[in-house]
Write a protein that binds this ligand. Sequence first.
Ligand SMILES: [Zn+2]
Length: 180
Amino acid sequence: MVEVGCGPEEYAREQRHCLVAAPSRCPNCESSGKLEALGYYPRYTTDAQGRAIEILVRRFQCGSCAITVSCLPDFAQPYRILNSATVEAYFRGQCERHDVLRNEELLRRYWRRFVSFSATLPQVLGGGFGRAPPGEEAEALWRRLLAACKTLAGCTCRLVRDFRTTCFGIYRCHQPRLAR
Ligand SMILES: [Zn+2]
């Protein structure tokens, strides 16, 4: 994940994928300065109206261990098409927004997925976001994550970087090879 400081429309229009710098350190073997550009891959996310929009994601390859690293912009959710702002709005109960209304059925499924993963997520986090109260419901976990990170985009960056997870499941990209 990489913070890009703009939304999907601007990222696509301004070709911001070209500006994404290589991470300084390989997330697998921890070598510095070994990540080299390896082109882009296309994927979809959604715009502010909740419509599908294609973006390009920059990839790098480590010259030491050869793993590839994808720099997904922070407005997008790993493995999921809907952008983080839309998911956050729905999870906050802002159900009248156009982007939410347009994707209501999918958002309901995202919430169900979060509820199901909320049984596991606190164990993955350890004490990372404060101690989980006993019997914490998904709703309370969601509020706790949001209180710590302010936005779902920020929360997802932190979860991926520090805990190799998202709000919906374990993050499988660029983990150490032995763990694959
Ligand atoms: Zn490496």
